[in-house]
Design a protein around this ligand. Structure first.
Ligand code: BGC
Length: 371
């Protein structure tokens, strides 16, 4: 009799705690995960073909494992279907927190519905996930600022503010399915387009989007180096005849810059006075070497360790039943809601600051870049 009573009390207590759990979960309320005390995390990264995603995934995985969490880290080969089925497996494996850098930010709605059905908290990592109410938080760098730094670098280096020009510019944009790419482009184009309009920047290929909104017309699918190289080959062979030279290339990231640099090399450009200014982003090793040997002018460095730390802190807060800290609640509207975001600050790195910013901070080893 006594035993039965104790069992009944235990069952009732459990029911109360489960009810509390389900009534507090969802819609960004983190207290559910805390109530379960669960730290089962699924991390979904887009590809291993870029250094940054390998570092991002492995660092976060280590931090979480060291903190006693169960972690499943997956890479999707830049394939949407693969990413969806990897996330489905994580949900089936009981993931309570999902950290997702989307391959295509518009395709994850249905799988996030499945995740929410088991009260998982969803953090969009670096790239926003669009068209779903089930995105709780977003951690990224200030993506508009990344492009703005590239545009301002070009403006400064060419002396555009003081009336220099005209210069031949070839602009590129990132992958049309990546929500970040339009922010990168508009940050840069808002600086550069006035000079295109005034004739101080000329785009011989004609590939100058009429407005920020037309950026995808020059987007390179999948951020692929070989596609950027082929595009640059076409522009050079069709529009740079009779000794015409390209003076500046707006490249939104390092993987595109690598392809563009290969194209320029095969067209006979060598580092030195008439080598174009080329921008980048990520501080990949090959690009930092290019900066040191004079075939790339700059990269926008995003210290991915800081992004990993920020997401780790978000997960700690969620585990503890607190709201993660955010610092931007207006910019990132995913079409259904404005996702509360934490934005980190990107920085320019040039030949003069490779040592002080990248090596001294331990982001890269001197031997990685031939120093
Ligand atoms: C990231 C960049 C990266 C690009 C290609 C973007 O979403 O923010 O850092 O270069 O994807 O992977």
């Amino acid at each position: 009799m006594k035993k039965k009573l104790i069992t009944a009390i235990a069952v009732a207590a459990m029911a109360v705690s489960l009810a509390a759990c389900s009534s507090t979960k969802g819609g960004g309320d983190a207290s559910g995960a805390a109530a379960s005390g669960d730290c089962n995390v699924g991390i979904s990264m887009p590809t291993r073909s870029l250094e940054r995603w390998i570092n991002d995934g492995e660092q976060l995985q280590k931090q979480l494992k060291d903190a006693g969490c169960t972690v499943d880290l997956q890479y999707a080969d830049n394939k949407t279907d693969q990413q969806i089925s990897q996330i489905q497996n994580q949900v089936a494996g009981g993931a309570k927190i999902l950290v997702i850098a989307a391959v295509d930010g518009s395709t994850l709605g249905p799988v996030l519905d499945e995740a929410k059905a088991q009260n998982a908290t969803v953090i969009a990592y670096d790239r926003l996930i669009n068209g779903s109410k089930n995105v709780d938080y977003y951690a990224t760098f200030d993506n508009y600022k990344v492009g703005q730094l590239q545009g301002q670098f070009i403006e400064d280096q060419l002396g555009l503010k003081t009336g220099a020009g005209p210069f031949n510019l070839e602009p590129f944009a990132g992958s049309p399915d990546d929500n970040n790419a339009k922010f990168f482009f508009s940050g840069a184009w808002d600086v550069l387009q006035p000079y295109v309009q005034s004739g101080k920047l000329v785009v011989p290929s004609g590939k100058a989007p009429a407005s920020d909104a037309d950026w995808a017309s020059i987007g390179i699918q999948g951020w692929a180096s070989d596609k950027a190289q082929a595009e640059m080959d076409n522009r050079l062979s069709s529009f740079y005849t009779g000794g015409k030279k390209v003076n500046v290339v707006l490249s939104p990231n390092d993987s595109l810059a690598i392809g563009i640099e290969a194209s320029l090399k095969s067209a006979g450009y060598t580092a030195g006075a008439d080598y174009p200014i080329i921008t980048g982003q990520d501080a990949d090793k090959a690009n930092v070497k290019a900066i040191l040997d004079g075939t790339q002018a700059m990269t926008v460095w995003k210290d991915t360790r800081a992004l990993g730390d920020r997401v780790f802190q978000m997960i700690q807060s969620i585990k503890n039943g607190q709201q993660p800290e955010t610092n931007d609640t207006t910019t990132y509207n995913n079409g259904v809601k404005v996702v509360p975001a934490y934005l980190l600050t990107p920085e320019v790195v040039t030949k003069d600051t490779v040592q002080s910013k990248l090596i001294d901070s331990g982001f890269l080893k001197a031997s990685d870049v031939g120093l």
